[in-house]
Design a protein around this ligand. Structure first.
Ligand SMILES: [Zn+2]
Length: 222
């Protein structure tokens, strides 16, 4: 586990930065695919954990959620519009665009559903962060923002590497994993207004160049 900022850690992924899982204080953010459950549980062993939250209920983010919540007896927190899919993963595939890659990911990565104890809304506190609603890549996608030091965890609103080749570089998530790309770009613009100093992505390495981040978002089509 690698510390990235005060109270912010990134779990070791394999390959590194491919599918990211973070610890914000004692709240686990995202849980990779169902195949990662054993590795995540092992890495969390002996650490204080108070809750598990999702940026969004997609197969590569909720895969080990049930295992984490069961093992550590912690509550599960998900954005209001994604809560139903987090509880009933059949909906995850149904809400993805009708594209074979999206359906393949849904089949091979999705983990079991788990009861959502708290539905997250804009302005809610999660650890030392505030929830921001950023729909588009999923209806209930949320980001986590800490104004005091400019740390932003934005899930899949943007990727900082190609999800297949892992070649670094800012990009929007693939349209066939994104039910509403235009709404997702609006969400990206909302986040760029924050001018974050450290941006943490669901896929790809951290970005610390605020100008590069803001310029990329401002260059996106409407
Ligand atoms: Zn993802």
């Amino acid at each position: 586990m690698k510390q990235l900022a005060d109270g912010v850690w990134q779990l070791a992924g394999f390959p590194p930065n491919a599918i990211n899982v973070f610890l914000l204080d004692a709240v686990l953010i995202d849980a990779s695919t169902r195949c990662s459950a054993r590795k995540i549980l092992k890495e969390l062993e002996g650490r204080p954990l108070s809750a598990h939250a999702l940026t969004h209920a997609h197969p590569d983010h909720q895969g080990a959620s049930h295992a984490v919540c069961e093992r550590f007896g912690v509550p599960f927190w998900v954005g209001e519009q994604d809560a139903e899919a987090a509880e009933n993963p059949k909906l995850i595939g149904e809400r993805q665009p009708d594209h074979f890659m999206a359906q393949l990911f849904a089949k091979t990565m999705t983990g079991p559903g788990h009861h959502v104890d708290r539905r997250l809304h804009e302005g809610d506190d999660v650890a030392s962060f505030k929830v921001i609603d950023v729909p588009g890549h999923s209806a209930g996608h949320v980001a986590f923002w800490r104004e005091s030091d400019g740390v932003l965890v934005l899930g899949d609103v943007l990727n900082s590497a190609d999800v297949y080749t892992l070649i670094p570089g800012l990009r929007t998530p693939k349209d066939y994993f994104t039910p509403d790309p235009a709404e997702n770009r609006r969400s990206a613009r909302k986040l760029a207004l924050l001018e974050p100093k450290l941006v943490l992505f669901g896929h790809g390495p951290p970005v610390t160049d605020t100008k590069k981040f803001v310029d990329f978002v401002n260059g996106l089509p409407d």
